[in-house]
Design a protein around this ligand. Structure first.
Ligand code: SF4
Ligand code: SF4
Length: 481
């Protein structure tokens, strides 16, 4: 019998089934305990000191009580608090990225993914370096600066050398004013040495979705292939950190197991990383299972409603205030609107989830990993964000200034990051307006920049930002704080 220990390096101990069950029992017993709920909400509230604004966050037990609570007024309070935290730490900025699918060859048997090895009718494709170059140019021409590369697990077709070469290719392509400034990597769990090589290749965040923290379900959902090894998969982030990658991204695929179980597991994973490595996850992604070739989401009877999904997003924001939250084009415009307000800080835009999809005129479906609900162009997504009062940001400054891991976290925790994010968002938006935007988007963007310049608190920073905006108009690029 394993015992819960967040400092342990054994998956069954830091994601401990017994502790999750006890947590869920405790949450169920206290879901109507209004005094406790108020106390938890109070603890999570942002507070100010002379050093800035801080938040304490919540542990998995406290956050699980809030998740179990169904009292409408308390849920409203949770939403209001999530919004308050979002405003305090992320302002009205939304960072933009795009996924780039390199290969859908995969030896695993994940039953919810169309790339699973036994799907014989999906065309298999792996991009050559020349094709990657063309995809990257297409992405650059849309205005993207930040990518997340995706590849199935296949040591023969997609070995690490292929991934490393692809990263090199992506960073090397400069096309007019286009360049990719940060490549995040979403590939299968691997060993410390391989993580070290990825770090040396200059990756941003290493992203690995846990899919489900429920071990028994995990084993059934991953019946074959190396991913079947639950412990190897769950302990991957520790190896990544040992290999020098200090920005890691967690995520569960909501709809595979009971959401309350997943939610507790996810927070326990975050607590574990903080306890062992002194730095929590850089991001958390919140994908929900979607329809795809050979996949019917109705087969998975743990699907969650839009309301529960919004509540989960709000509670992640409250529990881990310093962790970015990512939502993809799997979600519709309406859902995205709701959760952006509640705490999401990064979204993808103009995405194609097929291998080689960006160079195709029409959106191809044959090699798609999942159905894209939000099919708008990047220009449309940006205009939509701006019309809602958000500043789309292509900022990649922290990673390029070496502000990763605990350096990033300590800046973030002291609220200092705010002095960089806001002007960086405006300058990178200006680049987009100059190089890629439609006239309508330019109009909305210029008005927003003028308005938001007034919200830069430090006069000195504001003046530098105004200078840089002028230089961007003159054709110079890549300014950052
Ligand atoms: S989820 Fe990843 S590992 Fe599993 S089949 Fe799909 S591509 Fe392969
Ligand atoms: S300054 Fe850092 S934290 Fe802020 S948006 Fe840019 S990369 Fe992100």
């Amino acid at each position: 019998m394993y015992k819960y220990d967040k400092k342990s390096l054994i998956a069954d101990e830091f994601i401990n089934d017994e502790e999750i069950r006890k947590t869920l029992e405790y949450a169920e017993q206290n879901k109507n305990n209004e005094a406790l709920i108020d106390e938890i909400l109070e603890k999570a509230r942002p507070y100010k000191t002379d050093k800035g604004t801080f938040c304490r966050g919540l542990d998995h037990r406290e956050a699980s009580v809030l998740l179990a609570c169904e009292i409408p007024e308390k849920i409203e309070k949770m939403y209001a608090l999530a919004e308050e935290i979002k405003k305090a730490f992320y302002g009205n900025r939304i960072v933009i990225f795009a996924p780039l699918y390199l290969s859908n060859y995969c030896v695993n048997g994940c039953v919810y993914c169309p790339y699973h090895a036994v799907n014989k009718h999906i065309p298999r494709k792996k991009l050559t370096q020349e094709e990657i170059k063309n995809e990257v140019i297409a992405l650059q021409n849309m205005g993207h600066k930040r990518l997340a590369i995706e590849a199935g697990e296949d040591p023969v077709n997609n070995p690490l050398e292929y991934i490393l070469e692809s990263i090199k290719t992506i960073y090397s392509i400069k096309n007019k004013h286009g360049e990719i400034r940060r490549v995040n990597v979403n590939i299968a769990a691997t060993d410390v040495e391989s993580y070290r090589k990825l770090k040396e290749a200059g990756i941003g965040t290493y992203i690995l979705f846990q899919e489900t923290y429920h071990k028994e379900s995990y084993l059934q959902l991953h019946p074959t292939g190396p991913k079947h090894d639950y412990n190897y998969h769950t302990e991957a982030m520790d190896r990544a950190m040992e290999g020098g990658i200090d920005d890691v991204g967690l995520g569960v695929l909501f709809g595979l197991e009971m959401y309350k179980y997943e939610f507790a597991g996810l927070l326990m994973h975050a607590e574990h990383l903080e306890a062992v490595h002194g730095v929590g996850p850089h991001t958390i992604s919140v994908p929900r299972i979607k329809k795809a070739d050979d996949i019917d989401p109705n087969v998975f009877d743990n699907g969650i409603s839009d309301d529960i999904f919004a509540k989960i997003c709000a509670l992640i924001r409250i529990a881990v205030p310093y962790t970015g939250m990512i939502i993809s084009t799997r979600e519709s415009q309406a859902v995205r609107e709701k959760v952006i307000r509640l705490g999401v800080s990064q979204i993808s835009g103009g995405s194609r989830t097929s291998v080689g999809g960006y160079t195709e005129k029409e959106r191809p479906h044959d090699t798609e990993q999942f159905d894209v609900s939000d099919q708008r162009t990047l220009d449309e997504v940006l205009r939509w964000l701006m019309n809602m009062g958000y500043i789309p940001s292509f900022c990649t400054a922290c990673y390029r200034e070496g502000r990763t891991g605990d350096r990033f976290m300590s800046l973030c925790k002291s609220g200092q990051i705010q002095n960089c994010c806001h002007p960086n968002a405006l300058m990178t938006l200006k680049e987009f307006l100059m190089d890629y935007a439609s006239p309508e988007t330019v109009k909305a963007g210029e008005a927003l920049i003028n308005k938001e310049l007034e919200n830069i608190p430090k006069e000195k920073v504001k003046n530098i930002c105004i200078e840089n905006l002028k230089k961007i108009e003159e054709g110079i690029r890549d300014f950052r704080f």
